[in-house]
Design a protein around this ligand. Structure first.
Ligand code: TMP
Length: 212
């Protein structure tokens, strides 16, 4: 059985990832793929418990390194218990956030730097990388405006300052510049239908995915 493909969706707060994850699942299923959709932090029991600790409560609850370690501990369990087994069984795994989130949020926005995050990922999950990463890009003011409208209690990162969110956005753009074959940046200020059309095109061009 062929191994599956691993696709991740990334972006700052309010970029519209949830809508596009749903779209991506539909697209892949219509193309005849068996899809496992999951998210980070989370996606496995221990990782969901860590999620609750890290996305709620006061900003000072964790410092940058503690955040990076917790995110990476959650990822370790998710990869071992869910992602690697699903890929080995030939499923296409669609994941809402992955290691690029740790690079963008903890590495760039909090300033831990690329080397620290790369070393941590290597220790925890080895060389596992997505086959394709879609980065939804919106200006900070637009994203935070959308996110505030949701009234979500998982808002610990949303409450970090505007500077944090600007470094985060620039961090994602830098990640994409460094790995243009793996990453695609999509203008997510467009209407959701147009973002979805852009995703269809990228999946066709890069992974040969077409609706049956
Ligand atoms: P979500 O809102 O997209 O579900 O993600 C939860 C929050 O966790 C989001 O604000 C981004 C943050 N996060 C990190 O800071 N580092 C990480 O490695 C991951 C996976 C998420």
């Amino acid at each position: 059985m062929p191994t599956g493909r691993f696709i991740t969706l990334e972006g700052g707060e309010g970029a519209g990832k949830s809508t596009q994850i749903a779209h991506l699942k539909d697209l892949l299923r219509q193309a005849g793929k068996s899809v496992v959709a999951t998210r980070e932090p989370g996606g496995a029991p221990g990782a969901e418990a860590i999620r609750e600790l890290i996305v709620t409560g006061s900003i000072e609850r964790w410092d940058a390194m503690a955040e990076a370690l917790l995110m990476t501990a959650a990822r370790r369990m998710h990869v071992e218990q869910r992602i690697r087994p699903a890929l080995a069984q030939g499923h296409w795994v669609v994941c809402d956030r992955f290691s690029d989130s740790t690079m963008a949020y903890q590495g760039y926005a909090h300033g831990l730097g690329r080397d620290a995050i790369d070393s941590l990922q290597q220790l925890a999950i080895g060389d596992l990388k997505p086959d394709l990463t879609l980065i939804l890009d919106v200006p900070v003011s637009v994203g935070l405006g959308r996110a505030a409208g949701r009234g979500d209690k998982e808002d610990r990162f949303e409450r970090m300052g505007l500077d944090f969110h600007e470094r985060l956005r620039q961090g994602y753009l830098e990640i994409a510049r460094r790995e243009p074959i793996r990453c695609a940046v999509i203008d997510a200020t467009q209407a959701p239908e147009l973002v979805a059309t852009a995703i269809d095109r990228i999946l066709a061009d890069r992974l040969g995915v077409a609706r049956a």
